[in-house]
Design a protein around this ligand. Structure first.
Ligand SMILES: [Zn+2]
Length: 252
């Protein structure tokens, strides 16, 4: 089965699958969309980009507004990595982004120099929610525009930390796969159902475990995992092996 094909509820297709010459709706604001965007955005990846990067329908306005914030966050991560990790050099794609955005680079450097990275907190949160929503729509066919059958915007929780703020045990915990034996399975036909949901046989205990695997979009650059636990959709994202984020959407 092709990665990325959607075999779920046909009535949701206009939100979940980007198709030319078909009515599609922006997953962020529900307006008609004529553009698509990569999930995740390429700004968090390095060249050569994966050639099967998912795309979802998003309107031009949302796309554009998020792009600026995403560039800011990607530069913040790279600059912090360079300052905090020994011998870390910017990858080639980052150098290219810096050359084209020197003003933004100076802005981020100044914020870090004054020790007040919390100034970027709302941008970071907004980008993380946006990324999480994309993964949730892609994997679970849920979490698109906030309406009666989706999620309540007031009930989103974002928790993030950087690599140097975590112990190895905390990192290991964060990176664990999900065991979902007692939970309902995702919608049949949703992409997660077809790709990263596995039955793992534990011979010593003689039981089968249903597990959800992490999706490695690009090794060392971008990984995520998501699942619905009762009325909460949880998405965990690791960006550039440096920013570790957990996002919860509560369903109404
Ligand atoms: Zn939009």
């Amino acid at each position: 089965m092709g990665k990325g094909r959607y075999f779920g509820d046909d009535r949701l297709r206009y939100r979940i699958e980007n198709r030319k010459n078909r009515y599609t709706e922006c997953i962020y604001c529900s307006k008609e969309s004529h553009t698509r965007e990569h999930v995740p955005s390429k700004v968090f990846l390095q060249k050569p980009f994966p050639d099967d990067l998912p795309t979802l329908p998003a309107c031009y306005e949302c796309n554009n507004a998020f792009s600026k914030k995403e560039l800011l966050v990607s530069l913040l991560i790279q600059i912090m990595k360079k300052e905090l990790l020994n011998n870390y050099e910017f990858p080639e794609s980052t150098n290219g982004r810096i050359e084209k955005n020197e003003g933004l680079l100076m802005k981020v450097k100044n914020i870090i120099a004054t020790g007040d990275a919390s100034k970027l907190d709302s941008d970071i949160r907004s980008v993380l929610v946006k990324l999480a929503r994309g993964h949730s729509v892609w994997d679970l066919s849920k979490g698109y525009y906030i309406d009666s059958d989706a999620v309540n915007h007031d009930r989103i929780n974002v928790d993030y930390r950087f690599l140097h703020e975590m112990t190895q045990d905390e990192i290991d915990d964060f990176l664990a796969v999900y065991f979902v034996n007692r939970l309902p399975l995702p919608e049949i036909g949703s992409r997660l159902f077809d790709t990263r949901l596995l039955v793992y046989q534990d011979d010593t205990e003689n039981i089968n475990e249903v597990i959800v695997l992490w999706e490695e979009v690009q090794e060392g650059e971008y990984e995520y995992i998501c699942y619905q636990f009762d009325n909460v959709i949880e998405v965990k994202i690791v960006i550039n092996n440096f920013l570790f984020a957990k996002i919860h959407f509560k369903e109404m």
